[in-house]
Design a protein. Structure first.
Length: 154
């Protein structure tokens, strides 16, 4: 017997939305909420369950930046590269993360603890540059603070 792809709750959600117009994005949001990203296997299962071609599903998940195609780390790091954060050194924060834990944007640390995303705005422009880890916001971050912030999560 094969392992179940989705939880009972997600199965019920998909069954509720199956056959309804505009169901794909709702279902994909719920899949990502449960699994943290949209895996190829999950996309194939959604394709079967909703009767939507896999190519259409991949078109949607690659078009919208909200959807993630890679498994996130236990702690997802987001570094803002919106105008204010970029001008105040957001790119230097990403560079420092690369030095400290070997992460590139879109990457996952070897131990699976951290993943890294560059985002366009987290709504804290007055605190630029901003980095979030697991939803916790760190403002006015300098390169020298990166290691200390990471140590809180390691």
């Amino acid at each position: 017997m094969s392992k179940r792809m989705f939880s009972d709750e997600l199965d019920a959600f998909i069954n509720t939305w199956a056959g309804k117009p505009g169901n794909l994005i709702m279902v994909l949001h719920k899949v990502q909420e449960e699994q943290g990203y949209i895996s190829r296997e999950a996309a194939e299962e959604v394709s079967k369950r909703l009767g939507i071609p896999l190519a259409t599903i991949w078109g949607v998940v690659t078009f919208y930046h909200f959807f993630k195609l890679n498994k996130p780390g236990k702690y997802n790091i987001q570094v803002c590269l919106g105008t204010a954060c970029y001008l105040k050194g957001g790119d230097a924060i990403i560079e420092e993360l690369g030095k400290e834990i070997g992460l590139e944007v879109g990457g996952l640390s070897e131990d699976g603890l951290f993943s890294l995303e560059a985002v366009r705005c987290v709504g804290c422009c007055g605190l630029a540059p901003v980095m979030t880890i697991g939803g916790e916001v760190f403002g006015k971050v300098t390169k020298d603070q990166v290691k200390g912030i990471l140590d809180k999560f390691a």
